[in-house]
Design a protein around this ligand. Structure first.
Ligand code: SAH
Length: 459
């Protein structure tokens, strides 16, 4: 085979026409078939580009100057380059198109399911200020405590992120206030290199339907200097704060939360409502970050699950039991499994809170608990899975197939691992009926899907 020569050199300046987008939202332009990925460039645009990296089969470029501008280019609502959202320069219409194509491509190329219906992605009416949670790093600059997200591939903090247009506005206000209070009281920021200082991260979570606020101060030390004043000022400024929690993380690690959590003021939980159910959410538990779209996603999952009153259902990766409790309203019995013990204790509390008695919750790795359930003779009619980005473990897929439910609903935040797992399920007797993408994370390249599978009828 003839060796392909790379037609560009590093640091060379070229003119490039863009024809496509990668799933991170980079523009793709080709020189003699060799693709260059360029952040901030859109299909249909032509630009002067500096080649910054040259690999064997593809390269990266930096946009120097646009020669023509796509009609889908918009002025970003935020000019802080924190890398949290890569798609702010695209019209929302183009963002949705891009995500739709990403899902279709994954279905075609990874799952080999080009024929299945991928419904048009459900977007938001107002795709800004949707996030109900932030975990923001704390650092120091010129003796001042600063807050902001890390720059890409570094731990340099970019300040002024409280103008962020994806967080809800309350969150931005709370972060700003905590920073001011900490500075006033001389609370030291954590220093990663020296493993010294106190405040590492500020986490803020809000209940969209209740307006309740939880503040989590992640510290290296047990001691939080001037704790009483911090509490007093926060609750005076934000009367809807219901919970102030300290989480202690004394490890040299990139993991944000440490093992130990103590309530400094108020409750261990905040509450939120989705539809007709209420949920208590504690600091360490997962809770969907886009409340408006969560309802859309869950409604679709329930529609696909088609639960009958005699059905036994498993909700794997159940978090605080959100999907489980909706399922339980229709099913005979629901079993939820989740690896974070705090989330399971929330789930049990949530069942009680809503008067639901036919849901049971178990702590453990779903990939371990499911085979054990199978061995105990549990054969559910329907299984719902909602794994993290890495998708389902092989052991879990095997347990599902062995249990042989009539229906599987797969909720996924990663189209590639979803498609990989669908292929396995297809090969083992399940048929993918429909895929519904939901835009849970506008302005970012992430896309959520809910997927309906039926057991194939054997001859
Ligand atoms: N369905 C829930 C949670 C989805 S997020 C909701 O909609 O809120 C995925 C969840 O899987 C998280 O709560 C995470 O803690 C949990 N998890 C991660 N790995 C796991 C594993 N191996 N076994 C069980 N749960 C796991």
């Amino acid at each position: 085979m003839a060796k392909q020569t790379v037609p560009v050199k590093k640091n060379e300046t070229i003119t490039l026409t863009f024809e496509d987008l990668t799933h991170e939202g980079n523009g793709v332009g080709k020189i003699n078939g060799y693709p260059l990925f360029v952040p901030n460039a859109l299909p249909g645009e032509e630009a002067t580009v500096k080649v910054v990296k040259v690999n064997k089969n593809f390269g990266f470029g930096k946009l120097i100057e646009l020669r023509n501008v796509s009609t889908e280019r918009v002025d970003p609502t935020c000019h802080v380059n924190c890398n949290g959202c890569g798609l702010q320069h695209m019209s929302y219409k183009l963002q949705l198109e891009m995500k739709q194509n990403q899902v279709k491509n994954a279905m075609k190329k990874i799952a080999h399911l080009e024929h299945i219906p991928v419904h048009p992605i459900i977007g938001m009416e107002d795709p800004l200020h949707y996030r109900n949670k932030v975990q923001i790093p704390v650092g120091e600059k010129n003796g001042e405590l600063i807050t902001g997200f890390y720059q890409k591939r570094s731990h340099r903090i970019i300040e002024n992120t409280e103008t962020c247009t994806t967080h809800n506005k309350t969150i931005n206000e709370v972060v700003k206030a905590i920073r001011a209070i900490a500075n006033k009281l001389g609370i030291k920021a954590y220093n990663e290199e020296k493993h010294s200082g106190v405040l590492r991260h500020i986490m803020v979570r809000t209940g969209n339907a209740t307006n309740e606020i939880m503040v989590v101060l992640v510290t290296r030390t047990e001691k939080l200097p001037n704790k009483e004043i911090v509490i007093k000022e926060l609750i005076e400024t934000f009367p809807t704060i219901k919970s102030i929690v300290q989480n202690i993380n004394d490890k040299r690690t990139n993991v944000i939360l440490g093992k130990k959590t103590k309530v400094l003021w108020g409750e261990e939980y905040i509450y939120d409502r989705i539809g007709d159910l209420s949920f208590a959410i504690s600091a360490k538990s997962f809770y969907q970050v886009n409340p408006e779209q969560t309802k859309v996603l869950y409604d679709k999952a329930l529609e696909y699950a088609q639960i009958g009153s005699s059905d036994v259902v498993i909700d794997a990766y159940c978090g605080i039991g959100t999907i489980s409790l909706f399922l339980a309203q229709q099913a005979k019995r629901v079993y939820g499994v989740e690896i974070v013990p705090e989330a399971i204790s929330d789930a049990k509390k949530n069942a009680k809170l809503n008067g639901i008695t036919n849901a049971e919750f178990f702590v453990g790795g779903a990939e371990k608990v499911m085979p054990w359930w199978k061995a105990q003779g549990l054969n559910p009619d329907v299984i719902v899975v909602d794994p993290p980005r890495k998708g389902c473990d092989e052991e879990l897929l095997k347990a599902m197939i062995d249990m042989g439910p009539k229906r599987i609903v797969y909720v996924s935040c990663n189209p590639s691992t979803l498609a990989r797992d669908l292929r396995i399920l297809e090969d083992e007797g399940y048929e993918t009926k429909e895929v519904q993408p939901v835009d849970m994370f506008p302005q970012t390249g992430h896309v959520e899907n809910v997927c309906w599978l039926e057991k194939k009828v054997s001859n």
